[in-house]
Design a protein around this ligand. Sequence first.
Ligand SMILES: [Zn+2]
Length: 304
Amino acid sequence: MAECFYCGTDEKLTRAHLFQQRIREAIPNESEEVTIARTSVKSGGIERNLLFPGDVRETHVKNLCTQCNSRWMEPIEQAAGPILESIMQGGGFPPRSDLFRLAHWFTIVAALATQTSGQFDVPVEHRRAIRFTRTGQPLDFGTHFILTADTYPGTQFDFMRFEIGQDAKEPAVSWFCALHVGPLVMISGEFTVNTMIGRELHQSRFQSYLSTASSNLLYIPHAIRTGQWKSTGGLLVQPSHHETQEMYRTVAGRDVKYVDTHGGPLVSMDERTWFHPEGFDMGEGLVDARASLDLSYLDGVFES
Ligand SMILES: [Zn+2]
């Protein structure tokens, strides 16, 4: 018996794939090098005992109860599978309702993925918010979707955890988890850090992204919103996977040194203390997508 990561029930926990079968089949992984690793500012380098060598698609977690694994996650995974498959096949951005479904799924997997590499502490209130939200992506979370210029032949995670100002009025923890896969980077995170990544994206030259914030807000960058990209030959400015990683890692600050992994695997940094996280107003790029949401995939999920 142990405590379920998401609902907290003290039950026998099940062993489950991090990725459901259809998703495993849809995503590539040519590399069997390191797929999940963790570096730490404290330790000053990669924690070797936390490397996950092998095929990330075969990653298992054993911290969910049967109810969370089957009754709750499965319908959400089934809803997300075909959407991710279409993006992997070059289908581009899905319709809004699908984007929010995918955001919901990835918020769940993002928090779960952090648990594969040691003691990455996702606050209990975040886990419960993700578990018991009935609105799709939970209110205090967001997901960025970036279509990249290059295709990443593997499936890799990168996550960071931030402790916000121990001496601040309200000390808090924020975190994000990014997944690089094929032509896509997805980054899900708690509100504070997610907003900061939103600001970095806004200030970047990238045009090929959409962000879901909360359960119903969609951020559309200027070039897509105004149709401006069509007049430039129909090509959005797309970053590479590497440029995307540099973008989101900027939120950790300029004084942070990353461990050079020599071009191969992506690594993550687990802790950072922030004293003055800056806010960002997404302004006119933010639209209410409530009318396009379709939450029918959650029918029956919350009935006991
Ligand atoms: Zn549970």
